[in-house]
Design a protein around this ligand. Structure first.
Ligand SMILES: Nc1ncnc2c1ncn2[C@@H]1O[C@H](COP(=O)(O)OP(=O)(O)O)[C@@H](O)[C@H]1O
Ligand SMILES: [Mg+2]
Length: 377
C-alpha cells in the first residue's frame, strides 16, 4: 500500500513540474511574440528614419548652396554698399541670416535623426538576440517537457518495479527464515525428542535386564526399535521435504510417483497421477521446478481445499512441459491478497523464470485447477 502512495506522490510532483514548465513555455512564447512585434515596428521606423536622414542631407546640401550664394551676395552688397539702398542691404542681410539659421536647425535635426537611426539599429540587434534566445529556450523547454512526459514517467515506473522486486526479495528472505524455523521445529519436536526418549528407554532396558526380567527387557527393546523406525521415517521425511534425492537420481516422474504414494498413505485424500507423453528426463532446472510446482499445488489442495480427490496430470512434450493439478474442494477467490502467503506467488515466479504460463481456474464451491505450461529450451 505504501509504495502505491509514493507512486501517486511522484506522479503529482511530475504533474506539478509539467504545469510550471508549461507556464514558463507560454511566458517565453509571449516574450518572443512581443519582441517580434517590436522588431517589426522598429524595422519600419528605421526605414522611415533613414529616409528622413537622406532627405535632410539632401535639403541641407541645397540650403548650403543657397547660404553660400546669399553670403556672396552679402559680401558684394557690403563691398559696394553705396550702390545699394538701405532696404536692399537689409534684405540681403536678413535673408542670409534667415538661411543660416534654417541651415543650423536643419543640421541639428539631421544629427537627432542620425542618433535615432543609430539607436534603432542597436536596439534591433538586441531584439534579434532576445528573439533568438527565446526560441532556443522554448526548444529546450520542449525537450524538458518530453522528458517529463515520457522518460521521467518511465523512470518512475522503473523505480516502482525495482521497489516491488526489492520487496519481493525481502519476502523471499522472510519466507526462507520461516522455512528454517519450521524445519528446526520439526526436528526438535520429532526426531530430537524421539532420540531423547530412546536414550531414556534404553537406560530402562539396561535396568530391567540387570534385574533379570528378560521378558520385559525384550518387550522394551521392541518398543525402542519401533521408536527408532519412526524417527528414521521422520528424518527421511524431513530430508525429502528439503530436497528429494530421488529427483537427481531417478528423475521427475518417479519422484512425483513416490511423493504421491507416500501422501496417499498418510492423508485421507485420494491423489491420482497420470502421465501423457514419453517418460523421459528433462534438464535439472525443469525437474526441480516441476517437482516444487506439483508439491505446492498438492499441498494447497490438501491444506485448504478439503477435497476428497486430487488429480495430478503431467505431460512431457517434445518441447514443452504441462502440469495440471485439480481438486474437487471448496475453491477460493484468487483476487484476494493474502499477506503471508508465498506459495502461489513463488509458483508464478518459478513459471515466469522459465518463460511459462500459469493459470488458476477456481470458483467457490467448485474446486480448483492449476494449469502450467512451460516451453523446454
Ligand atoms: N487448491 C486450493 N483450494 C482452496 N484454496 C486454495 C487452494 N490453493 C490456494 N488456496 C488459497 O489461496 C491462499 C494462498 O495460497 P498460497 O499462496 O499457497 O499460501 P499458503 O498455502 O501458504 O496459505 C491459501 O491460503 C488458500 O486460502
Ligand atoms: Mg501454499
Amino acid at each position: 500500500m505504501a509504495h502505491k502512495l509514493t507512486e501517486r506522490a511522484l506522479d503529482d510532483v511530475i504533474d506539478e513540474m509539467i504545469d510550471v514548465v508549461e507556464n514558463s513555455k507560454d511566458e517565453i512564447f509571449h516574450i518572443s511574440e512581443e519582441a517580434r512585434k517590436e522588431h517589426e515596428q522598429l524595422v519600419e521606423e528605421l526605414k522611415e528614419t533613414r529616409k528622413q536622414v537622406i532627405q535632410h542631407i539632401d535639403n541641407g546640401d541645397k540650403l548650403q548652396q543657397k547660404v553660400r550664394y546669399s553670403r556672396q551676395r552679402l559680401a558684394e552688397v557690403s563691398k559696394y554698399f553705396d550702390r545699394y539702398s538701405e532696404v536692399e542691404i537689409r534684405e540681403v542681410y536678413e535673408n542670409t541670416h534667415e538661411l543660416q539659421t534654417k541651415l543650423a536647425m536643419l543640421q541639428q535635426e539631421e544629427k537627432t535623426l542620425r542618433d535615432k537611426r543609430d539607436y534603432l539599429e542597436r536596439r534591433l540587434v538586441t531584439l534579434s538576440q532576445t528573439i533568438e534566445r527565446a526560441e532556443g529556450l522554448a526548444g529546450k523547454i520542449s525537450v524538458i517537457l518530453t522528458y517529463l512526459h515520457d522518460d521521467f514517467r518511465q523512470v518512475n515506473e522503473m523505480i516502482e518495479s525495482a521497489k516491488e522486486k526489492q520487496e519481493f526479495g525481502l519476502k523471499i528472505i522472510e519466507a526462507q527464515e520461516e522455512e528454517r524455523r519450521k524445519i528446526s521445529r520439526e526436528i526438535h519436536d520429532g526426531p530430537a525428542q524421539m532420540l531423547a526418549n530412546i536414550l531414556l528407554r534404553s537406560e530402562l532396558v539396561d535396568k530391567i535386564f540387570r534385574n533379570g526380567d528378560m521378558e520385559q527387557a525384550m518387550e522394551e527393546i521392541k518398543s525402542v526399535r519401533d521408536m527408532v523406525r519412526t524417527s528414521l521415517y521422520e528424518v527421511r521425511r524431513i530430508i525429502y521435504d528439503l530436497r528429494p534425492m530421488a529427483l537427481d537420481d531417478l528423475g521427475l516422474i518417479p519422484t512425483i510417483r513416490k511423493y504421491i504414494a507416500t501422501l496417499s498413505d498418510y492423508s485421507g485424500t485420494e491423489v491420482e497421477f497420470s502421465l501423457s507423453g514419453e517418460e523421459r528426463r528433462v534438464s535439472q532446472k525443469y525437474e526441480i521446478a516441476f517437482f516444487r510446482l506439483v508439491q505446492e499445488s498438492i499441498q494447497n489442495a490438501l491444506k485448504h481445499a478439503e477435497a476428497s480427490l486430487i488429480q495430478v496430470k503431467l505431460e512431457i512434450g517434445s518441447d514443452y512441459l504441462n502440469m495440471s493439478v485439480k481438486d474437487n474442494g471448496k475453491g477460493f477467490d484468487p483476487s484476494m491478497k493474502r499477506d503471508k502467503s508465498f506459495g502461489l506467488i513463488g509458483m508464478r515466479e518459478r513459471v515466469e523464470m522459465l518463460d511459462g504460463d500459469m493459470e488458476i481456474d477456481t470458483e467457490l464451491g467448485k474446486g480448483t485447477r492449476v494449469l502450467i505450461r512451460v516451453p523446454l529450451s
